[in-house]
Design a protein around this ligand. Structure first.
Ligand code: ZN
Length: 405
C-alpha cells in the first residue's frame, strides 16, 4: 500500500510530551505535511503550529483492522434479533435471506461502520466484501464508493470474497474476475474442502485470478483439525507453485491450534519461509493458532473485528483496542510483555500484513497516529478509554469517540 502524504496546506501539529507506546520516555513529536517531521526531548514550536499538551497520552501508530466485513454491518438499522443456527451453511443461507428481504444498502452501512472504526483510532482496514450470484457486485460497488468518500480519512483494502462459495454458486468465478477489474485489491477464498468440496479446483480458480490480475490473496479457513491442516498444506504448495510468496494471508486458521506442537512448528516455519501472513479475530469458542510461536518464527500477524453487528453476531464495536484485549484474554496473556504482542498485532503486525509504507513512529513515517490516555501501553489498552485523539495525514480527524468530519 503506497503512502498518501497530504498537501502542505495542513497546519503543523506539535504533540508535546507524548509517550510513544513502545518507548520509555515522553517526547515532543512534530507532524508536518502528513509525516512525522521531528522527534525530540523539547522541540521549538514552529510558526502557525497547533500545540497539543499530550502528557498522559500513549502514542500509537494508526490502528489496523486486518480482517473486517464492512458491507455486512447492520449498525444503525433496526435491531436484528439473532436466532440463527450455529453451522456455517445455515448462517450463510440466513444472511442471504435477510439481504433478499431487507435489502440493506452496502454503501450506507459500510460508511456508518467505517466512521465508527475511524473514531476509535483505526487508520487501515482490510475488508472482505461478499460477491455471489445473487447480489453480484452490488456490495463491492457500495464499499468502493465508501472508500472514495472516506479517502484521506482511512485506507481501505478490499478483498473480493466468495462468501457463498465458488463451485457451490455458479457464476461467482466470473464475478470475482470482474471485481478485480473494478478495483478489488485482493482475491478471497473460503474453506475449499468443507464448503466447495473440491479444494484443488477452488484454489486453482483463486490463484489463477490472483496471478492474472497481479493481486494478493486472503483466504478464510475455518476448517478444523486434519481437514483444515490438509487445506493448509495445499495452500502452502499452491503459494510455492504460483510463486505467490509474500502475497498470501491465511484468515482464522483454527486448524493450526488443533495440530500437535511439532506440526505447528513445521507450519510456522513454512509460512514464514513463504511470507504467508495470518489474521485472527481471537474467537472464544474454537481453538486458535499459536500466536506467540508464529510471531517467533517471523510470520506477520494481524487481528480484525470480522463482522461488526451483523446477522452473524451482535458483537464488536469496531474498536481495535477492544480486539487487542480479546486477543490477550483468549491467549491468557497477563504479563505486560505478553500483552505487547497484542499491541503489535493491531499496529505493526497489521501494517506488515497490508504492506503499508512508511508506517510507524519514526521520523519520516506517515503522521497517521492515535493518542490514547494511559501511563503505559498496557493501561492504555485495558482502560479502553474513549477520549482518544485520531490523526490522519497529520490532521486531527476524530476525538472523544466522534469523527470531526
Ligand atoms: Zn471473515
Amino acid at each position: 500500500m503506497k503512502a498518501c502524504l497530504a498537501s502542505s496546506a495542513i497546519q503543523p501539529v506539535l504533540l508535546q510530551q507524548v509517550q510513544p507506546f513502545n518507548e520509555t520516555q515522553p517526547i515532543d513529536v512534530l507532524l508536518v505535511d502528513g509525516a512525522i517531521a521531528a522527534k525530540g526531548a523539547q522541540l521549538a514550536v514552529p510558526d502557525h503550529a497547533m500545540k497539543l499538551d499530550a502528557r498522559g497520552y500513549q502514542l500509537f501508530p494508526g490502528l489496523v483492522d486486518g480482517h473486517a466485513h464492512l458491507d455486512k454491518s447492520l449498525l444503525g438499522r433496526d435491531w436484528y434479533v439473532n436466532d440463527v443456527p450455529r453451522n456455517l451453511s445455515d448462517i450463510i443461507a440466513n444472511e442471504r435471506r435477510y439481504r433478499r428481504e431487507q435489502r440493506p444498502d452496502a454503501q450506507l452501512q459500510s460508511e456508518r461502520v467505517t466512521r465508527r472504526c475511524i473514531a476509535s483510532g483505526t487508520s487501515f482496514i482490510r475488508t472482505h466484501v461478499d460477491i455471489d450470484n445473487e447480489i453480484g457486485l452490488a456490495n463491492l460497488e457500495g464499499v468502493l464508493e465508501t472508500r472514495r468518500r472516506l479517502a484521506g480519512k482511512v485506507d481501505i483494502e478490499v478483498v473480493a470474497f466468495p462468501q457463498s462459495g465458488i463451485l457451490q454458486n455458479p457464476g461467482t468465478a466470473e464475478l470475482l474476475d470482474q471485481a478485480l477489474y473494478l478495483g478489488a485489491d485482493l482475491i478471497g477464498g473460503l474453506d475449499p474442502c468443507s464448503f466447495d468440496r473440491d479444494p484443488v479446483t477452488h484454489l486453482t480458480i483463486i490463484f489463477d485470478l490472483a496471478v492474472k490480475h497481479g493481486k494478493k490473496l486472503d483466504i478464510h479457513l475455518h476448517e478444523r483439525g486434519e481437514l483444515g491442516a490438509f487445506s493448509l498444506e495445499l495452500l502452502l504448495s499452491f503459494t510455492r507453485r504460483y510463486q505467490m510468496q509474500d502475497r498470501v494471508t491465511l484468515s482464522h486458521g483454527f486448524c493450526l491450534g488443533m495440530v500437535d506442537a511439532e506440526r505447528q512448528q513445521q507450519f510456522a516455519e513454512q509460512m514464514a519461509e513463504l511470507g504467508i501472513s495470518m489474521a485472527t479475530t481471537a474467537p472464544s469458542d474454537v481453538e486458535v493458532p499459536p500466536w506467540a510461536l508464529l510471531d517467533r518464527y517471523g510470520v506477520a500477524l494481524c487481528a480484525g473485528n470480522d463482522g461488526i453487528r451483523d446477522t452473524w453476531n451482535p458483537y464488536s464495536s469496531g474498536d481495535m483496542v477492544q480486539r487487542a484485549l480479546m486477543l490477550g484474554q483468549r491467549y491468557r496473556w497477563r504479563k505486560d510483555q505478553e500483552i505487547a504482542l497484542a499491541a503489535k498485532t493491531i499496529t505493526y503486525g497489521g501494517a506488515e500484513v497490508m504492506a503499508v509504507e512508511h508506517y510507524g513512529l519514526s521520523v519520516g513515517d506517515r503522521a497517521d497516529v492515535v493518542l490514547i490516555p494511559g501511563r503505559n501501553m498496557v493501561e492504555a489498552l485495558v482502560e479502553m478509554p474513549r477520549d482518544r485523539k485520531v490523526f490522519k495525514a497529520g490532521q486531527l480527524i476524530a476525538e472523544n469517540g466522534e469523527c470531526l468530519f
